[in-house]
Design a protein around this ligand. Structure first.
Ligand code: ZN
Length: 288
């Protein structure tokens, strides 16, 4: 007979790595009464990215737990609140159900109910704008990827790319139009924006796109599309996870590139208008 029961997890791993569904956890209890009817829940220190001031991984300490000592043998709703040891402003809140065993040789059982913030990373600037009305699907892909669900993540990302390809092309061309470029390149991009055929638009982009919006010299939409080759049925879950990572990386890099080009343009505009204002003598000066 084979034993298919998964090995119990550590409480810290349950909170930081999966926090999903049901799990048996080996180290939830720090104290158990002699008659095994009451136990105290552990409050492990967690290492998580601080999304507030620190912007890096730091230690998080549990500063509040809804119920520290609970009865054994039945389910309890427990909320744990964590904050960043360094800046105190980064937070994580976990809501879960816990059942501790009345037999100390057995593990505790946990069910994840919800957490805030839902992601351990700041979603890169610009990518939510780039994914348009499919941003929810993108976030589901992101969540699936972080949970190691390759087929799920790949499927969500693929849908986003296929649905939003025209929007991504438009954003790319809008950003490109703020760059200095030869007249012919500008003409090609304007033509690409009006082009109804996806393949023809890509050909025009390949010719006209400025270097600042290429990824290592490549036209980014073709790169994104090259990650979608083949159906998910032909690939293992691990292959799909690798594919999902590539799509996410290309999409977030492209969003950052577009953002940088637009920021540069805004900066140049601000500097220019400041310069022009400085050249115009004010009325006070002319009247003196
Ligand atoms: Zn912090």
């Amino acid at each position: 007979m084979t034993n298919t029961e998964p090995a119990p997890m550590l409480f810290e791993d349950f909170l930081t790595k999966s926090f999903d569904g049901y799990a048996k956890v080996s180290d939830v209890i720090t104290w158990l009464s002699i008659n095994h009817v009451k136990a105290t829940i552990a409050k492990p220190t967690l290492t998580l990215p601080c999304l507030a001031e620190c912007d890096r991984s730091t230690y998080f300490d549990c500063y509040e737990i809804s119920q520290e000592t609970i009865g054994s043998g039945r389910w309890h709703d427990i909320a744990m609140h964590y904050n960043c040891r360094h800046c105190r402003r980064g937070i994580y809140d976990f809501a879960m159900q816990i059942r501790i065993p009345d037999n100390p040789k057995r593990e505790s059982e946990l069910i994840a109910m919800g957490k805030w913030p839902p992601y351990h990373e700041r979603i890169p600037e610009g990518v939510l704008d780039l994914t348009g009305s499919d941003r929810e699907l993108f976030l589901k892909g992101w969540k699936a990827e972080r949970a190691g669900l390759g087929i799920g993540a790949y499927t969500y990302y693929r849908r986003v790319i296929e649905d939003q390809k025209n929007r991504i092309i438009e954003r790319l061309i809008d950003a490109a139009s703020t760059c200095d470029m030869p007249v012919e390149a500008r003409r090609l991009l304007e033509q690409a924006k009006k082009e109804q055929q996806f393949a023809s638009a890509i050909d025009l982009l390949k010719q006209g796109l400025p270097e600042s919006l290429r990824l290592k010299g490549h036209e980014p939409i073709s790169l994104l599309y090259s990650t979608l080759s083949g159906g998910i049925h032909e690939h293992t879950d691990g292959d799909c996870l690798d594919g999902a990572k590539r799509i996410r990386l290309l999409l977030t890099t492209l969003a950052a590139r577009i953002q940088r080009v637009l920021d540069d343009e805004a900066e140049v505009n601000a500097a220019l208008s400041g310069l022009l204002r400085g050249k115009q003598p004010s009325k006070d000066q002319t009247s003196r």
